[in-house]
Design a protein around this ligand. Structure first.
Ligand SMILES: Nc1ncnc2c1ncn2[C@@H]1O[C@H](COP(=O)(O)OP(=O)(O)O)[C@@H](O)[C@H]1O
Ligand SMILES: [Mg+2]
Length: 219
């Protein structure tokens, strides 16, 4: 039994190392693609490049999810100003998702957490990404920040189709996905990060349609 455990740890470490190694060639392929595209004058070639880039992005996102889940490293924590972090995420996504309206309601008090900023970025990013994918990149995401009993609550409401029947009972199962190229790891990662920060993560359907994701983090 113990031997099996040791063997599976070795396998996990190898898989994580491979995932890390795959990221470098992906970056090189992307860079060379830029060079080729700049000099390619064929009619309609831009569509081929856009398709290749989209598929490369999917592989790279799969790698990021996988690397996150297989990493046991102790994460450094610092002071994170929630308003600033959410502001940066909204700005980044507004550029890549021009047809998604991201609105935020924020109280006048400032929330500063002792947290791993990169993990919180992954957590909020996964929620926005899922909402955008569910809405087929066109719709609204309303973010609201509030505090209650030593926790800050950050809610994300989208106006997409909501969780499908199959998804409702399985969303926190690793590898459950309804997407052809999904990793099914995003929501498990959200849950793990929220719990590591003394909080929780929930995702449910709204009666009026769409999904409500709520992140609770210890203050
Ligand atoms: N905002 C949302 N609206 C509708 N369905 C969602 C939403 N967020 C997540 N889901 C469902 O939960 C599943 C699991 O999500 P996730 O763990 O992030 O994996 P992935 O995005 O790779 O499929 C998705 O495939 C989708 O069916
Ligand atoms: Mg996802």
């Amino acid at each position: 039994m113990q031997r099996n455990l040791a063997e599976s740890t070795v396998m996990e470490e190898r898989a994580a190392a491979i995932a890390h190694e795959v990221k470098n060639p992906l970056t090189m392929v992307g860079l060379n693609l830029d060079i080729l595209e700049a000099s390619d004058k064929r009619l309609g070639a831009d569509k081929n490049y856009a398709m290749i880039r989209k598929e490369l992005r999917k592989i790279s996102e799969l790698m990021i999810d996988f690397i996150y889940l297989s990493s046991n490293q102790q994460k450094e924590r610092g002071q994170v100003v929630i308003k600033n972090l959410l502001g940066e995420i909204i700005e980044d996504f507004s550029v890549s998702l021009p047809n998604i309206a991201l609105d935020i309601t924020y109280p006048s008090v400032e929330f500063i957490l002792r947290a791993n900023e990169s993990d919180l970025r992954t957590l909020f990013g996964n929620i926005v990404k899922n909402a955008a994918e569910a809405m087929e990149y066109c719709g609204k995401i309303q973010i609201e920040v509030s505090a209650r009993e030593r926790h800050v609550n950050i809610s994300f409401k989208d106006n997409g189709p909501g969780l499908c029947e199959a998804a409702q009972s399985k969303i926190f199962k690793e590898h459950f996905t309804t997407k052809p190229m999904g990793s099914g790891l995003g929501l498990s990662i959200c849950q793990k990060i929220a719990q590591e920060h003394g909080g929780s993560f929930t995702l449910e359907n709204l009666r009026e349609g769409g999904c409500l994701a709520v992140v609770k983090l210890a203050l």
